[in-house]
Ligand binder design. Structure first.
Ligand SMILES: Cc1cc2nc3c(=O)[nH]c(=O)nc-3n(C[C@H](O)[C@H](O)[C@H](O)COP(=O)(O)OP(=O)(O)OC[C@H]3O[C@@H](n4cnc5c(N)ncnc54)[C@H](O)[C@@H]3O)c2cc1C
Length: 390
């Protein structure tokens, strides 16, 4: 391939959705991935596709995406495992009832069709396997879930059919700029000239922003994920809880995917079988299983198939950064999804294509500006100022 017009760093759902949207243009696009597609958050994820429980700034993106999800099978030409069976967010005690009531009120104000269920029997009608101890819940019937690996593969295959090149097992080490614009990237294998670089590399975005004197303030907590062996279908909606220390869904193949809340992580990202691996602990697994069985008692009979740790790119306000960097023409960042970037990928892919093509973003993105963080969080404007333009 001659020099690509656009390089996308990272073949998670963000990079692959952007690649697909951009593949509708005549531009030459290459996606460079350190491991293989969906090897980090987009593979570790629960893969809930929800509008409910989101910050009002994300609701337009979530609504747009929920319109797109049912059509993706046809648009992309392969299955995504998407199913739209709703999202129940549970209150397990009086304190959580208040949280759920507030959530429903605020989300209705933000234009979301969401219900407050105050009786266990109404909740059990939607999910009979739930414990009788659940005292209230919110329910958004248009939420759902999908299969993450299938979805990323579907985006990738569709982009490839339109001519996008995917290079795996290659790490982008540096984005080179000159006269305030992107000129090339240096990878573990070569130098590639390009005019535009989209950083869609999740928790590692700061490694590439650093030499440009920029930084997104990110915390990287861990989420413990447990997958059970297949069991009879007992749950259709995605389950969340008011204090967010548990979520789960039953995959279409019958396995349960159960996640903890975000937990402090001081570990080191390792590699196992040439894939990134974040170790979780017995304590975290134990805590998560206990919470899950409280909510669905029958889970106690399930066998464990697998477990893993998934890392989040958490910003201080838990909103992503989706921005064209003002200081460097051709540098676009999409990171900091803070644990909820899977469901909104159709919108994000479209917005990244808009920014790349210098078109107005199809949805409001001001709340996702890199520049919203305090000055002292942005090295570009503080300590590194002298080196930036030199
Ligand atoms: C346990 C868990 C549960 C979640 N649950 C949900 C949910 O229910 N609903 C929801 O909407 N979201 C959820 N999320 C969040 C969602 O999965 C992520 O926001 C989304 O997958 C992020 O996708 P991404 O493509 O931006 O990042 P990633 O999937 O992390 O992709 C980044 C890619 O970049 C590659 N990379 C990194 N550095 C380089 C480099 N220098 N060169 C080349 N490649 C590089 C990585 O290998 C990786 O493949 C969850 C996340 C986790 C971890």
């Amino acid at each position: 391939m001659n020099s690509p017009d656009i390089i996308i760093v990272g073949a998670g759902i963000t990079g692959c959705a952007a690649a697909f949207e951009l593949s509708k243009s005549n531009l030459k696009i290459e996606v460079i991935e350190k491991y293989k597609p969906a090897s980090m958050a987009s593979g570790w994820t629960l893969a809930g596709v929800r509008q409910s429980g989101r910050h009002s700034a994300e609701i337009p993106l979530a609504k747009y995406s929920v319109q797109e999800w049912p059509n993706l099978v046809e648009i992309l030409g392969s299955d995504t495992g998407y199913t739209q069976m709703g999202n129940l967010r549970l209150a397990r005690n009086d304190e959580e009832v208040i949280i759920i009531k507030n959530l429903v009120r605020n989300q209705k104000k933000a234009g979301l069709d969401i219900k407050y269920l105050s009786e266990n029997k109404d909740i059990q009608e939607i999910a009979p396997a739930l414990s009788k101890k659940i005292i209230a819940a919110s329910f958004c019937s248009t939420d759902g879930h999908a299969e993450p690996i299938k979805t990323v593969q579907a985006y990738k295959s569709a982009a490839e059919r339109n001519g996008v090149i995917f290079s795996s097992n290659e790490e982008v080490l540096e984005v080179n700029v000159k006269s305030n614009r992107v000129r090339s990237v240096r990878t573990s294998k070569r130098n590639v000239e390009t005019q535009t670089c989209i950083l869609a590399n999740g928790i590692h975005c700061n490694a590439l922003l650093k030499n440009l004197g920029m930084r997104i303030p990110l915390d990287v907590p861990i989420v413990t994920v447990i997958q059970t062996e297949k069991t009879a279908e007992i749950l259709k909606p995605v389950i969340g809880v008011a204090n967010a220390n548990l979520a789960m869904r039953q995959e279409l193949n019958g396995c349960f995917r159960i996640t903890s809340g975000a937990q402090k992580w001081n570990g080191k990202l390792e590699e196992k079988d040439r894939m990134p691996y974040a170790a979780t602990s017995l304590e975290k697994i134990h805590f998560t299983i206990e919470r899950a069985i409280e909510v669905i008692p029958n889970l106690s009979q399930c066998s464990i198939k697998s477990f893993w740790g998934g890392l989040l790119d958490l910003t201080p306000d838990a909103l992503p950064v989706i921005d064209q960097i003002k200081e460097y023409e051709g540098l676009i960042v999409a990171s900091g999804f803070s644990g909820h970037g899977f469901g909104i990928a159709p919108a994000i892919g479209g917005i990244l294509a808009d920014l790349t093509m210098k078109a107005p973003a199809r949805l409001p993105i001001d709340p996702f500006s890199l520049y919203r963080f305090k000055k002292n969080n942005n090295l570009k404007e503080e300590e590194n100022e002298p080196t930036l333009h030199g």
